[in-house]
Design a protein around this ligand. Structure first.
Ligand code: G1P
Length: 308
């Protein structure tokens, strides 16, 4: 680690998507506010950023996303009602989300893809490395992926993405990385990236999962990135370029923004972007909760025995 590496403090969370897969629930409610057990999905993501040491959070939002801002703000009416009742437990729950982090919001305007959403963060982020967390991926708090990625970025510089091996027939759902091993068993060097390839074109079964620690040079590349898959400006395409333009001369001149490394994640990840996976995430997390788990597991066991 060189002294010149600044500490990473900023997290960017794109949250402008329409959530059409969850209609009608998401007609008037942002998909990020759907509860996973008893907390909105987005709160898990902000908590993850904070526990990796990133307490400056910028959300990229859009129209109909006001509830997100309200959730991470004070609610004096509710707080005073709970105070009057002497309900300290619930009061703490209400205050938890407003005390978590310093929150900032910027609207994306035109929904032109993930790369464009990240580009909206440029004025806030400035010249520092920063993290991007996608709300559809929940990483179990017991498997601290982002913390490890921040550590790898400090050691190796450049940008770091999270990768997970998936079944080959699933790879078309993800960005896919061509990788080479490094001396660290959980770190690979990324030599190429392709967004949602057909199985025949996939360079590996390493899928990008929604966590990134990015060098700010990504912004310059994103400004030049043409729309790609789905007619959208893809973050994967900009990262592909970052992985290619890295040369030792450019690095010496402080210009490259690369290399790109991947941290290979083997922990628990829950996908809340898909209805089936969302239900599975709720069941798994509820089973593991100390307060709800014992009763819920017992019920689930008998339910499954009756149904099967
Ligand atoms: C985005 C990225 C993709 C990545 C995925 C992870 O796709 O573009 O590279 O693999 O997130 O969840 P999305 O699922 O938003 O279409």
């Amino acid at each position: 680690m060189t002294e010149s590496h600044p500490r990473i403090t900023k997290a960017v969370i794109p949250a402008a998507g329409l959530g059409t897969r969850f209609l009608p629930a998401t007609k008037a409610t942002p998909k990020e506010m759907l509860p996973v057990v008893d907390k909105p999905a987005i709160q898990y993501v902000v908590e993850e950023a904070v526990s990796a040491g990133l307490d400056d959070v910028l959300m990229i939002t859009g129209r109909n996303k006001r509830p997100l801002e309200d959730h991470f703000d004070r609610n004096y009416e509710l707080e005073s009602a709970l105070q009057k009742k002497g309900d300290a437990g619930r009061l703490a729950k209400v205050q938890e989300s407003s005390d978590l982090a310093t929150m900032h919001y910027v609207r994306q305007g035109d929904p032109r893809g993930l790369g464009h959403a990240v580009l909206c963060a440029a004025p806030h982020v400035g010249q520092e490395p920063f993290a991007v967390l996608l709300g559809d991926d929940l990483i179990d708090p017991r498997d601290p992926l982002l913390k490890r990625m921040v550590e790898v970025q400090k050691q190796r510089g450049g940008s770091v993405i999270a990768l997970m091996e998936v079944a080959p027939e699933q790879i078309h759902l993800y960005g896919c990385a061509a990788v080479a091993e490094t001396e660290d068993s959980d770190v690979v060097r990324v030599s190429g990236l392709v967004e949602k390839p057909d199985l025949a074109d996939a360079p590996s079964n390493y899928a990008i999962i929604g966590r990134y620690v990015l060098d700010p040079h990504i912004f310059g590349i994103l400004r030049e990135t043409e729309p790609g898959r789905g007619g959208e400006i893809q973050l994967t395409d900009a990262l592909q370029q970052l992985s290619q333009t890295h040369t030792s001369a450019a690095t010496a001149a402080g210009k490259a923004g690369g290399p790109v490394h991947g941290v290979v994640f083997k922990g628990r990840r829950y996908d809340t972007g898909d209805r089936g996976d969302y239900l599975r995430a709720i069941v798994r997390l509820a089973c593991e909760r100390e307060d709800l788990g014992p009763d819920f597991r017992a019920w689930l066991r008998s339910y499954v025995a009756e149904e099967m």
